[in-house]
Design a protein around this ligand. Structure first.
Ligand SMILES: Cc1ncc(COP(=O)(O)O)c(C=O)c1O
Length: 378
């Protein structure tokens, strides 16, 4: 069996591309050096300076590229460093399309690019059929940026359909797949050009590191420019964090499976309960995006769900202070369950419903998590 015939699960579990040749260690070393010596012909080893490339980061990039079916992958010091580097090439006259409700940090970055650089941004409503097609300007739009599932309403964007729209318009499709790691959705296989993850979330999985990933279907000129922008702006991942990311990823498939099973149990339990107006979870048959989710999320519907509660923002905030197992904290995808009142976290520009509580479900026991939410709602 060649490396490329490995299943994703085996690739993740093994995590390493080699045994350390000198020592036989089954876990790769952390290369903390910032600079690398040249040989007696003054040639480099391939490494010169750690802002250009680092062997520990290169190792995790290789695993990520294989996971995504990408020609190449790059890791960054945070998700936002990756997003900012991706959009750095845009200037006056460029037209970008993105969902109205999306990760608020990326939306904020796009708004600033519009104000400061003259990039034109068309926000579309991801819950409205045909809205993406209407927002795209064929021949003019250079980037279509989508998120799936959309944080925090978990609307499902059909990546294959979005890829068709982008291709017909002559635009690049970038997918923020933070909420759908490659054990459930491979965006490049569905036609995306670039896939992005905040690796701070599922990929790291333990709420102990910030990291971002971009992976590309084709290592073309645009990709070269993204690599050059990373070198220029310096948002590289440190060696220790790269090592931690690799370590976290080795259990991604197991964590994801358990988290998705827990989330589905919670969603089913609370759907229709008194005091809950709606449960937003793509794994529920009642969810508008369920059929698309079933098609493109082949490894489960994820750990993320939102509850729309009766009583508005005050009631929602009160519930978020009453849980004993769900930790009242932001972020997602880690092994511990979190709850947050999203509108408070996002601030006055938030497009999120005021009564929305976002849950990130961990690997605890589902019955205990359900009991915790029950007592907080009571
Ligand atoms: C969907 C999504 N995209 C991007 C980001 C930004 O990533 P980071 O916090 O690692 O910079 C986040 C962080 O919450 C996110 O949830």
């Amino acid at each position: 069996m060649t490396r490329n015939e490995r299943s994703l699960e085996t690739l993740l579990a093994q995590g390493a591309r080699f045994l350390d040749r000198e020592t036989g260690a089954v876990v790769p070393p952390i290369h903390s050096a910032t600079t690398y010596a040249r040989d007696d012909r003054y040639e480099t080893t391939g490494y010169t300076y750690s802002r250009d490339a680092n062997p520990t980061a290169a190792h995790v990039e290789e695993v990520l590229a294989e996971l995504e079916g990408a020609e190449d992958a790059l890791v960054f010091s945070s998700g936002m460093a990756a997003v900012a580097t991706f959009f750095d090439s845009l200037g006056a006259g460029d037209h970008v399309v993105a969902p109205r409700v999306m990760y608020h940090g990326a939306a904020d970055l796009l708004r600033r690019l519009a104000e400061r650089r003259g990039v034109e941004v068309g926000f579309f409503d991801a819950s409205e059929p045909g809205a993406l097609e209407a927002a795209v300007q064929p021949g003019r739009t250079s980037v279509v940026w989508v998120e799936t599932c959309v944080n925090p309403t978990w609307d499902v964007i059909d990546v294959r359909a979005a890829a068709g729209v982008a291709r017909d318009a002559g635009a690049v499709l970038g997918v923020d797949a933070t909420a759908t790691p490659p054990v459930t959705l491979r965006a490049l296989d569905l036609g995306a050009d670039i896939v992005f993850h905040s690796a701070t979330k599922y990929l790291g999985g333990h709420s102990d590191l910030l990291a971002g990933v971009l992976a590309t279907r084709v290592a073309d000129e645009r990709w070269e420019e993204i690599g050059a922008a990373r070198r220029r702006m310096g948002g590289v991942l440190g060696a220790f964090e790269a090592w931690l990311l690799l370590r976290g990823m080795r259990t991604l498939h197991l964590r994801y499976e358990r988290q998705a099973a827990n989330a589905l149990a919670i969603a089913r339990h609370f759907e229709g309960r008194a005091g809950i107006e709606a449960v937003l979870y793509p794994g529920l048959e009642s969810h508008a995006g369920h059929e698309t989710a079933k098609r493109q999320m082949t490894g489960g519907f994820g750990a993320m769900l939102s509850l729309l509660v009766e009583g508005g923002a005050d009631a929602a905030r009160r519930i978020a202070t009453r849980t004993r197992l769900f930790v009242p904290a932001t972020s997602l995808g880690g092994v511990e369950s979190l709850i947050e009142h999203r509108a408070t976290v996002e601030g006055p520009l938030s497009a999120v419903p005021a009564n929305l509580l976002r849950l990130s479900v961990g690997i605890e026991r589902a019955d205990e998590l359900i009991a915790d939410l029950e007592q907080a709602l009571d």
